[in-house]
Design a protein around this ligand. Structure first.
Ligand SMILES: [Zn+2]
Length: 420
């Protein structure tokens, strides 16, 4: 016990707790040392995961896989206070951030320093909200667990029903993200490949997940870490990325197209920030795997994308065939770019529903109602318009939970419809 405790303390996690004001951007590296001490299989499995990545990269020298891999995500909200019980809306915004950042559809690509833009990548990795739970039942991709634990740390208590948290779903099918109150100013941590199944996933502080205000308009996100990039960074670790400075002085992150840099950057440095003789362009402080402010992070490189693809084609390849998102959509907020409003009322309903849709532009619209088994039970198409208001009879449908989906071009949006 003492040995373990000592090993954990020596990692520096405690440094942050001495000063409650300080921020610990990420504890993945420290957590990794903790796993080395506590999990007898971790070191070996970690090495094997790295070897598998190297082998895959050797056999796929073109780096771009050309195939999009979509990862089903479940978010476990573990809360002690009502504020920690973040809204569905905030949860989904967190997944939207992942989709934008990993596809380089983030709105701040223009802030990437010009010298780094040629290295920027669409990683060809996407995230979908789980719509099928491990038992095959419909889910909104969110679990909610009330806890008496006022704050969690990196001891993984949040990951088990027995320790005040929530046991994760099958890691071979889902990326588990726990959102909770992390103490010691910690924003998040992740398991790299090689960790045990029961600990596998990403943990994020509730003030750092997502990028929008709560349903009632309360904005609980904590600047300058209020753009959801904690999850972007931690999922990078989960997919076998290292910190861009390689966690040592001018260290290596095992990626060729990221510059060697001395250490982590905070805030947002001025270009060029030269260290480790990495001129003329200097540190890639815009990289998601640095420690810069959320508003300063905006790029994964082609090499990082390839390394994550390699992980998804080796250690984490079972996710490629997961059915966790069947019937699901990739991203909710992305869709809102063109579907600016989608409402149904009443809901719950029994006879008729009034459907209203507003688009950013004029386009064709179709509506679908899908039952809990994924079967389409209603479909209607409309010619080009910008606003739709239609009254639909649902009296022929059995009572139960349905999804109503509006499609406009490649965009779609889904709402739950209860018929009784
Ligand atoms: Zn990190």
């Amino acid at each position: 016990m003492n040995k373990l405790l000592l090993a954990f303390l020596s990692t520096g996690v405690i440094t942050a707790s001495i000063n409650a004001q300080s921020i610990q951007r990420c504890s993945t590296t420290e957590y990794e040392h903790f796993l080395e001490e506590t999990d007898p299989n971790f070191t070996y499995n970690r090495e094997q995961a790295d070897l598998a990545v190297e082998e895959w990269l050797k056999n796929h020298p073109n780096e771009k896989a050309g195939t999009i891999i979509t990862i089903p995500v479940v978010v476990h909200v573990v809360y002690n206070t009502s504020q920690q019980n973040i809204s569905d809306k905030q949860v989904y915004s967190g997944i939207d951030v992942l989709n934008r950042d990993y596809s380089r559809q983030n709105l701040d690509t223009g802030n990437t320093a010009s010298a780094f833009k040629p290295d920027a990548a669409d990683t060809e990795i996407r995230f979908c909200v789980a719509h099928r739970d491990p038992n095959g039942a419909w889910t909104n991709g969110i679990t909610r667990t009330q806890t008496s634990t006022s704050s969690f740390n990196t001891n993984d208590a949040v990951k088990s029903n027995g320790t005040g948290g929530k046991t994760g779903w099958d890691r071979n099918k889902y990326l588990n993200i726990w959102v909770c109150n992390l103490g010691s100013g910690l924003l998040g941590y992740a398991t790299p490949p090689g960790a045990s199944a029961s600990s596998d996933g990403v943990v994020c502080g509730y003030k750092y997940f997502g990028d929008i205000a709560d349903t009632d308009g309360t904005f609980i996100l904590s600047a300058p870490y209020n753009r959801g990039r904690t999850a972007t960074h931690e999922v990078g670790h989960w997919l076998n990325l290292r910190h861009i400075w390689g966690d040592s002085n001018c260290g290596s992150d095992l990626v060729n197209d990221t510059p060697t840099q001395q250490t982590s950057n905070f805030g947002c440095p001025n270009f060029p920030h030269i260290t480790c003789s990495n001129g003329p362009n200097g540190d890639m402080y815009n990289n998601y795997m640095d420690y810069s402010d959320d508003g300063c992070m905006n790029i994964f490189t082609v090499g990082q994308g390839a390394r994550m693809q390699a992980c998804l084609n080796t250690t984490r390849s079972s996710l490629k065939t997961s059915d966790g998102c069947e019937g699901a959509v990739n991203s909710l907020k992305e869709e809102m770019k063109t579907i600016t409003n989608f409402s149904i009322f009443p809901n719950p309903a029994s006879e008729n529903i009034q459907v209203q849709v507003e688009l950013g532009i004029e386009n064709e619209i179709s509506l679908e109602i899908i039952d809990i088994t994924g079967k389409r039970v209603f479909q209607k198409s409309y010619s080009k318009l910008q606003q739709l208001s239609d009254n639909i009879s649902i009296s022929n449908l059995e009572s139960g939970i349905y999804m109503i989906k509006v499609n406009s071009g490649t965009y779609h949006q889904i709402k739950k419809l209860i018929i009784n």
